[in-house]
Structures are given as structure tokens and as C-alpha cells.
Design a protein around this ligand. Structure first.
Ligand code: ATP
Length: 305
């Protein structure tokens, strides 16, 4: 599958602060990718680089086969709804739709108007008078109606109520199914992402901790529970992502391509949230996709109770 977004050694530094470092990743075309990580991890920075709103300090990034924001063709291919869901406060919703139609070649006016009606918004209302959630809905409607090849959404559902969140995710999935666009969305609401995302990128401390197809990641990560055990005694192909111990018991999250055969362990499947939390809470050992192996296993990875 070709990549909708390709980053190679990508970095961004603001004065002295490193927001993104040595980021190498590919987002497959047609995927819905979740971009997750703690506050300040670099998610918005990566999305702004992909949208062409920021210039890299190092490395390269390519979206839909070109340099982000490099001309009208390129701008038409990419839709971006920034975290603060910018709209023109003095313009009405109707004005926004007309502006959208004027500025975007592939504009889907039907989709935009159907959404506005379904949301119960009055087209005559000025955007500056909308609630935070309504403003987000307007910005998301503009992003969907633009019909981009790649839609970048920075925390799109943060301001929406739970029902609106579910409906937005449904709209997004319908648009993906109908038009085969690629979506990258950042969010802290991992449970919401589980139903819609087929690709995952976890950023921690400006670096990619793990990235890949969600099904593959879930199939290769396991929760092992059993009698207390030193992690350095595990087989070499079991990479420990996180470990917690009580006096008698150990609970490990491990990544492995092979079946876990040791009868001492009871092996459990992980959900997306468990997987994300395991990577967010374990320090980076520097290995790609990275989990600790061998001598590195003990370093700071274990929570001992
Ligand atoms: N304009 C800026 N000037 C200086 N530092 C910045 C700027 N924008 C972001 N940063 C810093 O870059 C780092 C990454 O910020 P970024 O907004 O990309 O994180 P994030 O993962 O989107 O966080 P959140 O989940 O809180 O939205 C943070 O340490 C932040 O303080």
C-alpha cells in the first residue's frame, strides 16, 4: 500500500525546545490513523508539519506524494482542522459554506448542508456566537466537505458531547468508506478510537514509541500474569513493554511474534487502550518500536509494589 504521509528523520525545534525528534513513519493510504500520546508529546507539531503550517527543523515529510503546503494542488489534497477549530467569528455559517465552495474545487455542498441541518445549526448564525462544540462541528463539517485525500484532525472530538462524538465518528467512517480518504486524528479518548482506527502512532517525549497496523499490534502484544518473575529470565524474543510486580505476582505486557508457551503464565489479550497506556508509561529504551530486551529489561521498566 502506498503511503499518504511519509516522514523520514523528521524533527522540529522551537528555539531550544524539541517538539519532535527523529520521527520516521508511514501512514498507509486509506487508513484511519490514531495519533496518541501524553500532553506535549508532539502530536500537534506533527500534524502542523503535515499540513504545511510549520517547516521542519530536520528531516523530511511528504504528504500525498508532495511537500506539505507547496502549492494549490497540494493544498487541495489535504484538509486540516487545527486543535483550536478556527472559524471566522464575524461570518455566518452560510458564509462559511459559500467560502468553502468558492475555495475548494472538490467541495461537497450537499454533505456540508446536510450536516449543518442535522446538527440543528442555524445557517444565519454568526460563527463567533457558536458554543465551543458547535464551532468544532462547523470546522469539522468544512474539513469533511472539502473532500481532501488526506484529512488531518487535531483532537477533533475533544469539545463534543458523547452523543455528538459518536455521530461525528460515524460520519467520518461513512465518508472514509464512500470516498476512500486517509484520516489522521489525534485524540486522548482512546476508547473512542478503538472502533474507528486501523492504524496507530504513539508519540512520547517527541519520539515515535510505536506505530503500526492496530490488528497486528494487538495480535503481537500480550498481558502475562503469573508467579513473580525476574524479567531478565524471559525468552529473548519476548520484549517487555511494561512490568508490574507484587510480592507474589508479576504482570507483564510483552511484545512477541511467537506464541507464549510457558505454562506458568496466564496469557491475556490487550485492548487498544491497554496497549497505548503500556507504551505511554514505559520509558523509551531507544529501540525502534521499542521495548526492552536483555540487559535493558530492568532499567526503569518495572513497577514494584
Ligand atoms: N509555538 C511554540 N513555541 C514553543 N514551544 C512550543 C510551541 N508549540 C509547541 N511547543 C512545545 O512543543 C512540545 C510539543 O507540543 P505539541 O503541541 O506538539 O504537543 P501535543 O502532543 O499536541 O500536546 P497536547 O496533547 O497537550 O495537545 C511541547 O513541549 C510544547 O511546549
Amino acid at each position: 500500500m502506498t503511503a499518504a504521509l511519509r516522514a523520514q528523520g523528521l524533527g522540529k525545534t522551537y528555539k531550544r525546545r524539541t517538539a519532535l525528534e527523529d520521527c520516521t513513519l508511514e501512514i498507509p493510504r486509506g487508513s484511519v490513523s490514531a495519533l496518541v500520546g501524553p500532553n506535549g508529546a508532539g502530536k500537534s507539531t506533527l500534524l502542523n508539519l503535515a499540513a504545511g503550517m510549520l517547516e521542519p527543523t530536520s528531516g523530511t515529510i511528504e504528504v500525498c506524494g508532495g511537500v506539505p503546503g507547496s502549492g494549490p494542488e497540494q493544498l487541495a489534497k489535504v484538509g486540516f482542522v487545527a486543535q483550536d477549530t478556527p472559524v471566522y467569528a464575524g461570518l455566518s455559517i452560510e458564509d462559511h459554506l459559500r467560502l468553502g465552495a468558492r475555495l475548494n474545487r472538490a467541495w461537497d455542498d450537499d454533505l456540508a448542508r446536510r450536516r449543518v441541518e442535522r446538527l440543528g445549526l442555524d445557517p444565519r448564525q454568526r460563527a463567533g456566537r457558536l458554543s465551543g462544540g458547535q464551532r468544532a462541528q462547523l470546522a469539522l463539517t468544512l474539513g469533511l466537505a472539502k473532500r481532501p485525500e488526506l484529512l488531518l484532525l487535531d483532537e477533533p472530538v475533544a469539545a463534543l458531547d458523547p452523543l455528538a462524538r459518536r455521530e461525528f465518528m460515524r460520519d467520518l467512517m461513512e465518508t472514509v468508506a464512500e470516498h476512500g480518504l486517509t484520516v489522521v486524528l489525534s485524540s486522548h479518548l482512546v476508547a473512542d478510537l478503538e472502533r474507528v482506527c486501523d492504524h496507530l502512532v504513539v508519540l512520547v517525549g517527541a519520539r515515535v514509541r510505536i506505530a503500526g497496523d492496530v490488528e497486528d499490534l494487538l495480535a503481537t502484544h500480550h498481558r502475562l500474569t503469573g508467579p513473580r518473575r525476574d524479567v531478565s529470565t524471559l525468552p529473548g524474543d519476548q520484549h517487555v513493554v511494561s512490568a508490574a510486580h507484587t510480592d507474589r505476582q508479576s504482570t507483564l505486557i510483552v511484545r512477541t511474534e511467537s506464541p507464549v508457551l510457558d505454562p506458568a503464565w496466564s496469557v491475556g489479550a490487550l485492548g487498544l487502550e491497554d496497549l497505548v497506556l503500556a507504551y505511554m508509561s514505559s520509558p523509551d529504551d531507544g529501540s525502534p518500536g521499542g521495548a526492552a530486551t536483555g540487559a535493558a529489561r530492568r532499567t526503569g521498566l518495572e513497577v514494584v509494589r
